[in-house]
Unconditional design. Structure first.
Length: 201
């Protein structure tokens, strides 16, 4: 997919709101209504759901997010990449919001976004109770994976240094702290460090 390179431009000239309402007009037949409209933002709501269609103010990226209306709790919206992950993790990993800096680019990008939404079965599918439960679980898993990756990246150099210096007690502690991300070689080093740490204590 071609992505247009952002350059300074008068946002009003792009006609985003009108193009978004045209591309997502199908939502109106599913009980949604437009409740907010700005030059980079159109928000739809039904009795229980919301759909935000946006054009990034600095990134010029076209995107959407879907979520459940909340009375008092913070609102949680799920972007297209999260929705795609429900059916195809590989496609979700490849997906990037399309940038658009011309009227034609905005219209084409919104049309593509609308087609992806309907192909995913929105908004009907979002009314399934398990839909947002699954999205929330996947989000927790992504946050957890990011945490484990960050811990491993931070800990691995120190663990390798301790092992190389034969400070096996410290190496064992450090490898233990990143056990979610141990490679097969690091698992062997952990076992070795544990064994030899006991001999030196």
């Amino acid at each position: 997919m071609r992505h247009e390179r952002p350059v300074p431009i008068e946002r009003e000239q792009l006609g985003f709101a009108a193009a978004a309402k045209s591309a997502f007009a199908f939502l109106l037949s599913h009980g949604f209504r437009v409740v907010d409209e700005q030059i980079t933002w159109v928000r739809y709501e039904s009795n229980i759901l919301f759909v935000n269609v946006y054009h990034g103010r600095s990134s010029y990226e076209l995107g959407l997010e879907v979520g459940v209306l909340q009375n008092e709790q913070p609102e949680v919206g799920y972007p297209m990449s999260a929705l795609l992950q429900l059916d195809d993790a590989a496609e979700a990993a490849r997906y990037l919001d399309r940038t658009a800096i011309t009227t034609g680019g905005v219209q084409a990008g919104l049309s593509d976004l609308s087609e992806k939404a309907t192909a995913l079965g929105l908004p009907e599918r979002a009314r399934d109770r398990d839909f947002f439960t699954t999205l929330a679980r996947q989000r927790r898993e992504r946050v957890e994976a990011y945490h484990f990756d960050a811990v491993a990246a931070r800990t691995r150099p120190a663990a390798e240094d301790a092992f190389r210096k034969k400070n096996y007690a410290l190496a064992a502690d450090l490898y233990d702290g990143m056990w979610h991300r141990l490679s097969p070689t690091e698992e062997k080093k952990l076992a070795y460090a544990r064994k030899h740490a006991k001999r030196t204590t």
